[in-house]
Ligand binder design. Sequence first.
Ligand SMILES: Nc1nc2c(ncn2[C@@H]2O[C@H](COP(=O)(O)OP(=O)(O)OP(=O)(O)O)[C@@H](O)[C@H]2O)c(=O)[nH]1
Ligand SMILES: [Mg+2]
Length: 288
Amino acid sequence: MKSAFVSLIGRPSAGKSTLVNTLCGRKVSIVSPIPQTTRNRIRGIVNRPEGQLVFIDTPGYHSSEKRINLHMKELAENAARESDIILYLTDASRKPGEEEHLLISFLSGLDIPVVLALNKTDLTEDTREIRGLLEESFPSSEILPISALKETGTEELLQALFLRAPEGEQMYPEDFYTDQDPEFRVREIIREKAFARLSQEVPHSLYVDIADMEVQEEDLWIRAFILVERESQKGIVVGKKGAGIREIRIESEKELRDLFPYHVRLDLRVKTDPKWRKKDHLLKRLIQ
Ligand SMILES: Nc1nc2c(ncn2[C@@H]2O[C@H](COP(=O)(O)OP(=O)(O)OP(=O)(O)O)[C@@H](O)[C@H]2O)c(=O)[nH]1
Ligand SMILES: [Mg+2]
């Protein structure tokens, strides 16, 4: 049996979380068009007759001196260092930028096999520039064209990963597809629904906290907060006559009801937590 930890590394919005979900055949990690959606290391487990691959989705690789970005970059780097195989995902629809060069220099310094996947090939035919850069940087690695969204090339990618995976015992029972605790999943689903209806700086300025979760017979009661940095952002999230927060609540409840075997009742409110992105103790708790 084969068994490996595979870290998924790539610039923000390359499609890492979409790919983890496609490979696992279900939603493991939240997705949005906003760069830097993923803030954590998220495990998604794939079981096949060949063995088990444990994927580690990571925050998009991005260089910035902001404290939160430094935490996220370190998290991605540590996930890469601790994995058996690195799956480096690039976005074929964008010109390779500074992030690509930074990543290539980081990955070149590690002694871990790198598998290269070129994502979003449904959007473009011309992949010469990014291919050229990858061929030059990783001369012995094959480049696999895929579309995580349209689910093309992903079986071939799995086969390529199993080929490089070492022999070993499975690390999780076969019916596991992730190891996230329920509270974390709730926070992430609410964050995804909030990201879907907000723009510019507001998504980056929010996090979600759970006050309590309690089962009462058929119901799962969840009391949660969306925390933003400023009063003005609170108004944006709440929306006209509360329409914004209501929509986030309803969308979250829909998905949570599919996830938990209870009738989920969500009490969702908005609060401010000024300068939370500068609080190291909070960042340590939120970004891990
Ligand atoms: N057309 C197309 N869009 C894709 C594909 N894969 C992902 N996307 C879209 O790209 C956007 C970003 O996807 P994510 O999966 O959140 O990207 P990510 O790399 O996890 O982003 P971060 O967590 O911010 O680093 C979303 O709008 C996805 O729907 C693809 O193969 N084709
Ligand atoms: Mg992501």
